[in-house]
Design a protein around this ligand. Structure first.
Ligand code: ACO
Length: 472
């Protein structure tokens, strides 16, 4: 039995913060999975790493060890990328070496049925016997933007790694993981940790959630799941975690066809979607239905404070967009705030008569940066407003695009109320959206995406206040 044997959340730390790593199946052949993983470690891992391959003397100028057992010193984490029939032998060697955790990239286990199921049971038996925590098999493994553990076998020229940040993403599927990470990298959204855990033979969604709950680098947890391994354990952990951090969940396999696909993808049993919905409600998670929705909501939760209530102020320079936003606010269970008379009177004295001082507040097509500054400052200071949804049609001539983002940030700084921006349009809008995002203000091209994201802050705020009421 390994001296490291432990099944608690601390054992999950071996995956993200190992001091030394063995890459088993490391290869010098460019198209191989073992090559990409070896290269990732050479390029950026901050600890020690060792190549293991019995058929060659070296891999990418690093000495290759014939087995994990011949590596001098301790090994915390093994990354296994050899064919399925070799994995049990390799894992026995890891057990003898006292390795704490193994990411098993290899496919060909439970997901293929028959012999694969038996082979996976054997892996679990060996892992338990030696106290090795297993991630996978049939997975992509781990990316940690701080320690730079990177077992993703997608070359960096195809998938730029996301910058450091505070969103963690755990995914049963490698492909969903790649979609999310690529999106994050493209939009420069920071990721703290990523784990693709495939067949969940040992480490499952609940273990990862529990670990991330205590992770200082992570403020928001997003998950993609196909099935839950242990419903009771998952629900208990999720309930605990949502009390301190928002948890977003995207679960597929809701239809008969989806459930069948999940079974052959990761060997998962999808279960009843109605029951899953009930678990989501009872535990305070936020359910999303698509990658885009997950990404939109993850970043709003990462960058903005939870809302204290459901009363939303809308400021726009386009009436149509204001009407659409009003619809979306109601559809997503929020309310247009009744902005106070004093606030409106102050603005009335400053603005021309054609500015519509209601909610949505239409600053009109000739609005300039100063009109926005006055409106944002006054509305955010109003006690009847919990959050602001700011709309700007950036094409109108009065808006000084160079300084618009600074004006918005400056005028919202005094208040700690949530704000999201809706900035519709093509090229010009795209550039300003990027600037807002860089400054931590989630910005969306459509009313629906902006309102839906804001509603997540309202839901999470209400969950937090219900929990603190329950404690008092
Ligand atoms: N220890 C270490 N290395 C070994 C050993 C051993 N005991 N035995 C052989 N090797 C070496 C091989 O010689 C080879 O090295 P080389 O390139 O220098 O010749 C290397 O390990 C790899 O072995 P191969 O037999 O060449 O295997 P290959 O790289 O073709 O395939 C792999 C291995 C990638 C693990 C494959 O079996 C597989 O599972 N592919 C699918 C992976 C996948 O899709 N995972 C899930 C994705 S995520 C999801 O969506 C669920």
């Amino acid at each position: 039995m390994s001296k490291r044997a432990s099944a608690g959340p601390e054992s999950i730390g071996h995956f993200f913060n190992p001091k030394s790593v063995a890459i088993i199946g490391a290869s010098a052949k460019q198209k191989k999975i073992g090559y990409v993983i070896a290269k990732n470690f050479i390029e950026s891992f901050k600890g020690k790493f060792f190549m293991v391959n019995p058929t060659v003397g070296e891999v990418l100028s690093c000495p290759a060890f014939p087995s994990v057992k011949s590596i001098p010193g301790e090994v915390d984490l093994a990354v296994v990328a050899v064919p399925a029939k070799l994995v049990t032998g390799v894992l026995e060697d890891c057990g003898e070496k006292g390795v704490g955790a193994a990411v098993i990239i290899t496919s060909g286990f439970k997901e293929i049925g028959g012999e694969g199921v038996k082979l996976e049971e054997e892996l679990v038996r060996i892992g338990k016997e030696h106290g090795i925590r297993l991630m996978g098999p049939n997975c992509m493994g781990v990316f940690d933007s701080t320690t730079m553990v990177d077992t993703l076998f997608i070359p960096r020229y195809r998938l730029k790694r996301a910058p450091r940040g505070n969103i963690a993403f755990i995914s049963q599927s490698g492909a969903s993981g790649i979609a999310f990470l690529d999106w994050a990298a493209g939009e420069r959204i920071g990721i703290s940790k990523f784990a693709s855990y495939g067949n969940a033979s040992d480490v499952d969604e609940a273990d990862l959630l529990e670990f991330l709950a205590a992770d200082r680098e992570t403020n928001v947890i997003a998950m993609y799941i196909e099935g839950i391994k242990d419903g009771r354990k998952f629900a208990n952990v999720a309930r605990e975690v949502t009390a301190t951090k928002p948890v977003l969940v995207l679960k597929s396999g809701a239809t008969a066809s989806g459930a069948k696909a999940a079974l052959s993808h990761t060997g998962s049993l999808s279960g009843s979607d109605e029951i899953f919905d009930a678990v989501v409600r009872q535990t305070g998670m936020i359910r999303v239905y698509d990658w885009e929705e997950m990404f939109d909501i993850a970043r709003v939760l990462a960058y903005q404070p939870a809302a204290k209530g459901e009363r939303i102020a809308v400021i726009t320079n386009g009436g149509g967009a204001g009407v659409m936003i009003a619809d979306e606010i109601e559809k997503h269970g929020m309310k247009l705030a009744a902005i106070g008379e004093k606030t409106l009177a102050g603005l009335r004295a400053k603005f021309p008569p054609h500015v519509a001082l209601r909610n949505p507040m239409d600053l009109a097509g000739d609005a300039d940066n100063e009109r926005y500054r006055d409106a944002i400052t006054a509305v955010l200071a109003d006690d009847s407003v919990d959050s602001l949804l700011l709309v700007c049609i950036p094409h109108t001539p009065g808006i000084d695009l160079e300084s618009f983002v600074d004006v918005v940030i400056d005028s919202s700084r005094k208040n700690n109320k949530p704000m999201v921006v809706c900035l519709p349009g093509g090229r010009i809008a795209f550039e300003i959206r990027e600037l807002f995002e860089e400054n931590g203000i989630p910005t969306y091209p459509t009313p629906m995406r902006a309102a839906l994201s804001l509603s997540a802050l309202v839901k999470y705020g209400s969950l937090r206040s219900n929990l603190s009421c329950a404690k008092c």
